[in-house]
Design a protein around this ligand. Structure first.
Ligand code: GDP
Ligand code: MG
Length: 141
C-alpha cells in the first residue's frame, strides 16, 4: 500500500555530512521524495513531535540534541514506507543497529549519551500523518 512517512536527518547526521548518503538510500529503495527542507526545530515543534516521550528521563537530553543544529525533514512516499524506512534506519540504539542500516553505519557511541542515532522515522501510518502535519503544515493546505 502506498503511504507516506516522515524521515528526519537529525543534527548529528547533518554535521557528519550524511544527508546525501541518506537521500541516496531512500531513492535506491525506490521511494519518492515528496517534500524536503532544512529547519531549525524549536521546543514547541519538538514537544509536539515527541509528545509520547515527555515523561521519559532522557527527554530533556533528546530536546537538547534535536535543537543542536538544523535538521533535514523529508516526506517520503512508497509501498509500506513506514516499516521500510524503519528497516533502512535500523534499531534505536546505534550499538545494536545492524551494519548496513543508517544507524548501524553512522550512529556513534557518544560519551554518556546514546541518543545520537542520525535519523528519525515515524512508527505508524497514523503517527506519520500527524508528524507530517507538524513539520510540513503547508502540505495540508
Ligand atoms: P525511535 O522511534 O527509534 O527513534 O525511538 P523512540 O521513538 O523510542 O525514541 C525517540 C528518540 O529518543 C530516539 O531516536 C533516541 O534519539 C532517543 N531515545 C530513545 N530511547 C532512549 C534511551 O533509552 N536513552 C536515550 N538517551 N535516548 C533515547
Ligand atoms: Mg519513535
Amino acid at each position: 500500500m502506498t503511504e507516506r512517512t516522515l524521515a528526519i536527518v537529525k543534527p548529528d547526521g547533518v554535521i557528519q555530512k550524511k544527508v546525501g548518503e541518506i537521500i541516496r538510500r531512500i531513492e535506491r529503495k525506490g521511494y519518492d521524495i515528496i517534500d524536503i527542507k532544512m529547519i531549525q526545530a524549536d521546543e514547541e515543534l519538538l514537544k509536539a513531535h515527541y509528545v509520547e516521550l515527555a515523561d521519559r528521563p532522557f527527554f530533556p537530553g533528546l530536546m537538547h540534541y534535536m535543537m543542536e543544529h538544523p535538521v533535514v525533514a523529508i516526506v517520503v512516499e512508497g509501498d509500506n514506507v513506514v516499516k521500510g524506512w524503519r528497516t533502512l534506519m535500523g534499531l534505536t540504539n546505534p550499538t545494536e543497529a545492524a551494519p548496513g542500516t543508517i544507524r548501524g553505519d553512522f550512529g556513534r557511541d557518544w560519551p554518556g549519551d546514546e541518543v545520537r542515532n542520525v535519523v528519525h522515522g515515524s512508527d505508524s501510518p497514523e503517527n506519520a500523518q500527524r508528524e507530517i502535519g507538524l513539520w510540513f503544515p503547508e502540505l495540508a493546505k
